[in-house]
Design a protein around this ligand. Sequence first.
Ligand code: FES
Ligand SMILES: [Fe+2]
Length: 351
Amino acid sequence: MITSYLIASVGTAFCSPNLLSWLGFIADESSATNVACVLFNVLAAILTVWLTAKIYRILFSPLDLYRGANSVGYVHHDSRIQTAQAVKDAQKRKKIGNSPPVFPNGWFRVLDSRSLEKGRVKSVYVFGTQLAVFRNKRGTVRIVDAYCPHLGANLAVGGKVVNSDCLECPFHGWKFSGETGKLVDVPYSQKVPSFVSISTWPCCEVNGFIYIWHHCDKAEPQWRVPEAELLKDFKYVGRTEHIVHAHIQDIPENGADSAHLSHLHKPVIGSDVEQTNDSFLNYLIRHGIQIERDILMWNNKTYLKKPVLMKEESALAKHRRWYQQFYSENSPRLDDQGNLFYPNKADVTDW
Ligand code: FES
Ligand SMILES: [Fe+2]
């Protein structure tokens, strides 16, 4: 390896002046030289392993880039205000009272399959709910409510996957079945009350992702996540992930809004839509720029329930009608202050 050769050469060069002896740490000049050589060789080996691992990671492992909430799409002109504050202000001022329900019924991707090993638990926060996602010893994924009914500890923070399919609370060691959510063991008590359990959520693993089923009325899954045949031929090499402050419906609606393509997505570095002999890197750069243009809109727009649409925009109206099927009467909404509420429930809290 070139790196190890270079580091070893530097090590040998440093051995000759016999630094340790000169400094007076070791009296015998030749043993001091030997010690210095060993030290440099150890250092060379450590650096080589470290550099090789780094280079391997850059070249062969997926390149995931996570962009913060305030990295794209917020423009402010007051230098006295920090960007993070400007983001908060923009969110507070956004008109949200008239938007559709915030969480449609359906499957939501919560994690990549590869990010959850057997016997591990992860904390996930989706649709206003704190959850614990774990993979049992047999490899099956389970999703349960995160808060322990004993004294409220978060099962995903310090909790352990035990036996073949149980989650153990980090606070007092109560154990819950991943399959049924039932309490199965209290380590310091003879009695295990049968009425104690945590909620379990329908979940599945398809296309390399872990999905959770959400329905505002707790209805069972009404369809399965289709397997994408195309993905089987793909090798995952990375992605950029953005946090976007928009209504969830705004994102797919973008696909039905063909009128914005020629205006917002004006070509960058050649044509954005069709370019057959383009390099992969150019494609990535152009795609990144185009997505960020959308994010600029999403982060700053409000959702208009009754937009003024032209005849040419019928696909957009059709998309809105199609999307209605994912909402129910009781789908949660946001009030003018941004608080979540369920239209048909007097009180959704149970404490
Ligand atoms: S809080 Fe979970 S066992 Fe006590
Ligand atoms: Fe777009």
